[in-house]
Design a protein around this ligand. Structure first.
Ligand code: IFM
Length: 475
């Protein structure tokens, strides 16, 4: 998606009557209880326990203890009026070694969670993989190893057999770009490997795992099941119309977006992507006969995770400009075949992550996805970290987060007006949690968590969002 001009915005329109107003979380970021009931280590347990990998040495060992407090958390969701909740299943809780039979106690946790959600009238959306690969599978080669895709499909079948009677919407992978390119390219995410060929192999095997899982889910679930994938597609804008900047945008779009949307929705890897990366990986050996047909099995919904636009230029055109290359602290690029591209801020209105705030990237992306793929869309993540301050009375006023959410909901309304079939919004995140390599220092929640007492306190953004949900409109 290369971006166009900003749309007109209006803050007053209603959303469709059945629009899902939700919030999202992920297992490793909230559950804790990492050794309970048979759960074994995931790559994030190993990574976070490796000195120097996560700010402050933080780990998900306790996280926000959702595993023990889920009933309280669901009650809070009910009080806020959420109509839907997107959570992920911890693979190492269900299938600790990444293969073999499921652990019933692990499944029971999710059965109980879903039953509690349903009792509160909240529609569950289950994500199968939000980055917590069982460590044993990583030790056997991880996502660069083809076998991992087949293990993922087996796990998908076990999850669907256990939960398919109560979960109607499933997403296979969350942000496979991060799994492949931050996990195996720049190494700032687990498992922390830094080989560009492995990153590309991981991307293909994540795609294959997605396709195989779709097949397994279709076989195990009722025909009414809605299957999706959640992609963090980059809303790419060239810094200028200079041919070199357009070329930079093309390269990033190829390895940032089309590497997933091509095989998933068109049954192919585009020639330019294959050409850009031909010196890194042998695609004809990597992609086996039949893989693309498997990967492009039809799905029902496309989930978009959007935080900020991605402004790019050629290195030459960026010589005298500030650059924000987004490699984290790693000297290794997460962009194989596009290592020289320079990244810039779209503006200086930044969140605590240093991410520019620009909702037009969301409306433009939704509109472009609608035009290109014609699938119903969900915004499966959107939100912002800010430096929240707890008042003397314990309350947290977070007007910046309200402004952020309002701007992005308004952008969704713009996209709907422009014809996109957007069916829901999942705020990232329900509550403060373990923000991966940043540890607990970055707070994305609409609910504040005191990390000493684990007490949850809705911030003013939660109260504001709750009113939006009850009205079904922004103002
Ligand atoms: O916290 C993450 C989430 O796990 C995946 N998408 C982006 C969020 C904010 O960084």
């Amino acid at each position: 998606m290369t971006m166009a001009s900003p749309p007109n915005r209006s803050a007053h329109r209603a959303f469709p009557a059945d629009f899902a107003f939700g919030a999202a979380t992920a297992a490793y970021q909230i559950e804790g209880a990492v050794t309970e009931h048979g759960r074994t280590a995931s790559i994030w347990d190993t990574f976070s326990h490796t000195p120097g990998k996560v700010v402050g040495g933080d780990t998900g060992d306790i996280a926000v203890d959702h595993y023990h407090r889920f009933r309280e958390d669901v009650r809070m969701m009910g009080e806020l009026g959420l109509t839907s909740y997107r959570f992920s299943l911890a693979w190492p809780r269900i299938q600790p070694t990444g293969c073999g039979p499921a652990v019933e106690r692990g499944l029971d946790f999710y059965r109980d969670l879903v039953d509690e959600l349903l009792a509160h009238g909240i529609t569950p959306v289950a994500t199968l993989y939000h980055w917590d690969l069982p460590q044993e599978l990583e030790s056997a080669g991880g996502w660069p190893h083809r076998d991992t895709a087949y293990r993922f499909a087996e796990y998908a079948a076990l999850a669907a057999e256990a939960l398919g009677d109560r979960v109607g919407t499933w997403t296979t992978l969350n942000e496979p770009w991060c799994s492949a390119f931050l996990g195996y390219g720049s190494g700032v995410h687990a498992p922390g490997r830094t080989d560009p060929a492995d990153a590309l192999k991981a991307a293909h095997h994540l795609n294959l795992g997605h396709g195989l899982a779709v097949g397994a889910l279709r076989a195990a679930l009722p025909a009414s099941a809605q299957l999706a994938v959640s992609l963090n597609l980059h809303a790419i804008r060239p810094l200028s119309q200079h041919p070199d900047d357009l070329e930079a945008a093309r390269r990033i779009e190829a390895v940032g977006n089309r590497i997933f949307t091509g095989p998933m929705f068109k049954g192919r890897y585009d020639d330019d992507l294959l050409g850009d990366t031909a010196h890194i990986v042998k695609w004809d050996e990597l992609v086996h006969d039949g893989d693309l047909a498997e990967i492009s099995r039809p799905i029902d919904l496309l989930g978009l995770n959007y935080y900020n636009p991605t402004v790019v230029s050629s290195a030459e055109n960026a010589k005298d400009l500030p650059r924000h290359d987004g490699h984290g602290d790693s000297p290794h690029s997460p962009w194989p075949g596009a290592e020289d591209v320079a990244f810039h801020h779209a503006n200086e209105d930044l969140t605590a992550m240093g991410w520019p705030i620009d909702p037009t990237g969301l409306s433009d992306s939704l509109t472009a996805l609608h035009r290109e793929f014609g699938l119903p869309l969900l915004v499966t993540e959107n939100g912002a970290a800010f430096e929240d301050v707890v008042g003397a009375d314990g309350s947290v006023h977070d007007p910046e987060r309200i402004r952020y959410i309002e701007g992005h909901l308004s952008a969704i309304a713009d996209a709907i007006d422009a014809g996109a079939d957007v069916r829901g919004y999942y705020l990232w995140s329900l509550m403060d949690n373990f923000e991966w390599a940043y540890g607990y220092g970055k707070r994305f929640g609409m609910v504040h968590v005191d990390y000493d007492t684990l007490v949850r306190t809705p911030k003013s953004s939660a109260c504001w969002y709750s009113q939006v949900i009850r009205r079904g409109r922004l103002a």
